[in-house]
Design a protein around this ligand. Structure first.
Ligand code: FEO
Ligand code: CA
Ligand code: CA
Ligand code: CA
Length: 602
């Protein structure tokens, strides 16, 4: 098979599925089964799911809601694995019946807190190639929620900007939420991005930093301040509570009793995720996006080098790699005249949206490189520091992931309908070449000399997404547009063993009218750019995860927020059990449940 040529894992692409269809659609010859669903018990079958009798105590012992980042770490024997999933946010309106009393309303807020965070759960199967099932009560099963105690490390740990009345040391933040994408490190830990943390707080909202991070005085979207006073950061002593979120979190699934860590050296913004590769020199290099319109692309380079061994000492060493290092933000330069960037997606005369770029240092090994910013300010208010050095405003960087086969880096820019609008921060640039960028694009980056620690890179746009049948200004790395699957709003990225790119989407129903899905794109050879759809998720759902075990014949996705636009009593989705609406039987529920699904050959 050709490396990255899309040949090894054969499937016939599915036709795009209208957004109103409440089904998970897979290619002919494949089948799907849920592995674990929101509310499934992790520790004891007695915690069985019942939406009419849900409590926070139970939820903290069950699989959380709205799974996003996913990985399945398979043991060498091929029969045991650990599943790790982020639980990004909750949809209270479809999770349980409307509260009948104030007491019930407050308990539902506590359930919401407990449904956030991460879940770790062991899987088993009798032999390779068979579907996995999860194990109740396994040793490594774990829930991390909005109430789990973390440790801050890195240069800003203990900073005055991180202290509260409940944690005067500024070293032990409580909880994680808004956990969107993530990455699995070469040393076997999970990184998770704290993304839209601002929506959980009520804050003074007047400082430059608060404004830049979207913190306002309004009641929070989730209402947790009614059950946990720290979410009202207007209160004396809690002013810095929002500063304790917006970090990259590291969890070791092999150490269920160890406090998870928030790495201050990697900066604070609306972290989508982080993906680590090891440079030729042995440094750990993490690529990261800030998912906000006109925000930035970052990378972190560790000070110390990776150890290949797996002894307890090696693991401890590797788990400290993200604690010390240097943080950079990307500045893109196009190579076509500005007059040729029309904002419509029409290619410039040199035939490509491409150019060179520079990684601009914000701090080097804990020393601020931004004039007028202390190291604590660079780390806690990273967006302001990046503004000050003139970083390139991007169209919402979601997943940013190095290709393990080629070493090139892929950046999913999900969309930016504000670009080029009257009064917008900016119009089209060569790296973000469409105004009203509704469908998003994917950027391909090649580090200078293939060295991940380099501060120079080359780049080009791989895909300008959209439905070529109705939008003439799409681009698929030069592949004929009439031979690709329509795709919109690229979000999570993954690679298979050949180095083909897999893209999952979030937002296609509102743009091209099809359900969100999972797509494969070969990156090498004559099929480079040939986008083919592998699956489509149920109504209102977003396709997350994805995990591609092509050599094992399986693909995994986290189906997030199915039925999100429905309401209790008028559900939009019955995924994944599809039993009679409102019925509860043998752990199955006649209403939507975010779930992790595996797709295998029938
Ligand atoms: Fe949670 Fe940027 O998507
Ligand atoms: Ca160009
Ligand atoms: Ca995302
Ligand atoms: Ca998204």
């Amino acid at each position: 098979t050709r490396r990255g040529g899309g040949a090894a894992f054969g499937f016939t692409p599915i036709a795009p599925v209208p957004a109103s269809v409440d089904a998970l659609t897979v290619p002919q010859g494949f089948r799907w089964t849920p592995i674990i669903r929101w509310g499934d018990p992790l520790f004891d079958r007695a915690d069985a799911f019942d939406p009419h009798a849900q409590t926070a105590e139970k939820q903290a012992r069950q699989f959380g809601y709205n799974n996003d980042y996913l990985d399945i770490l398979v043991a060498p024997n091929g029969r045991e694995a650990v599943l790790v999933a982020n639980q990004e946010y909750t949809n209270a309106g479809i999770m349980f019946p409307p509260a009948a009393s104030e007491e019930e309303r407050l308990e539902q807020l506590r359930v919401s807190k407990a449904a956030h965070g991460l879940s770790v759960v062991e899987l088993e199967r009798r032999r390779k190639g068979e579907p996995w099932s999860y194990v109740v009560g396994a040793r490594r099963n774990r829930r991390i929620t909005a109430d789990t105690t973390f440790v801050f490390d890195g240069p800003a740990a203990g900073s005055d900007l991180l202290k509260t009345v409940a944690d005067p040391s500024g070293t032990h933040p409580v909880g994680t939420f808004g956990n969107c994408a993530g990455g699995t490190t070469p040393w076997g830990t999970i990184l998770s991005g704290e993304e839209n943390f601002n929506g959980y707080f009520r804050a003074v909202g007047t400082s430059d930093a608060h404004k830049r991070y979207g913190l306002t005085e309004k009641a929070s979207s989730y209402g947790w301040e009614a059950v946990d006073p720290r979410f009202d950061a207007r209160q004396p002593g809690y002013e810095n509570e929002p500063n304790r979120f917006g970090w990259i979190v590291e969890v070791d699934p092999e150490a269920p009793d160890e406090a998870p860590v928030k790495h201050t050296a990697m900066g604070r913004f609306k972290h989508e995720g982080a993906n680590v590769t090891i440079s030729r020199s042995g440094h750990a290099v993490a690529y990261m996006g800030d998912d906000e319109r006109f925000d930035y692309l970052y990378k972190f380079v560790s000070k110390n080098t990776f150890r290949k061994g797996n002894s307890a000492r090696d693991r401890r060493h590797n788990k400290a790699l993200l604690s010390e290092g240097s943080l950079y933000v990307a500045r893109f330069t196009g190579d076509s005249p500005t007059s040729e960037i029309l904002g419509t997606g029409a290619l410039p005369s040199d035939g490509a949206f491409d150019g060179t770029g520079e990684w601009v240092a914000l701090h080097v090994n804990g020393v601020s490189k931004v004039p007028g910013f202390t190291i604590d300010q660079v780390l806690v208010n990273t967006r302001l520091a990046a503004d000050a050095v003139g970083a390139t405003k991007m169209d919402r960087c979601e997943d940013v992931e190095p290709n393990p086969v080629s070493g090139r880096i892929y950046v999913a820019c999900t969309n930016n309908t504000d670009r080029g609008k009257l009064g917008a921060k900016e119009g089209a640039t060569e790296a973000n070449p469409r105004n009203s960028n509704r469908d998003g694009h994917v950027v391909e980056i090649t580090e200078a000399r293939g060295d991940h620690t380099s501060t120079r890179f080359g780049w080009s746009i791989l895909i300008l997404a959209g439905d070529p049948a109705v939008n003439p200004l799409t681009y698929f790395a030069g592949f004929p547009a009439d031979q690709v699957s329509p795709i919109s709003c690229p979000d999570n990225l993954a690679f298979d063993s050949e180095g083909n790119l897999w893209i999952s989407t979030d937002g296609a129903p509102g743009t091209i009218g099809y359900g969100d899905g999972l797509f494969r794109v070969p990156l090498e050879g004559p099929r480079r750019g040939q986008v083919q759809q592998f699956l489509s998720v149920p109504r209102d759902g977003e396709t997350c995860g994805p995990v591609i075990h092509d050599r094992d014949g399986s693909v995994f996705v986290a189906v997030q927020h199915p039925g999100e636009d429905g309401s209790w009593g008028a559900q939009n989705s019955y995924f994944p059990d599809y039993i009679e609406p409102g019925s509860l039987r043998q752990g199955k529920w006649g209403g939507p449940r975010p779930s992790v699904v595996q797709v295998t050959r029938a």
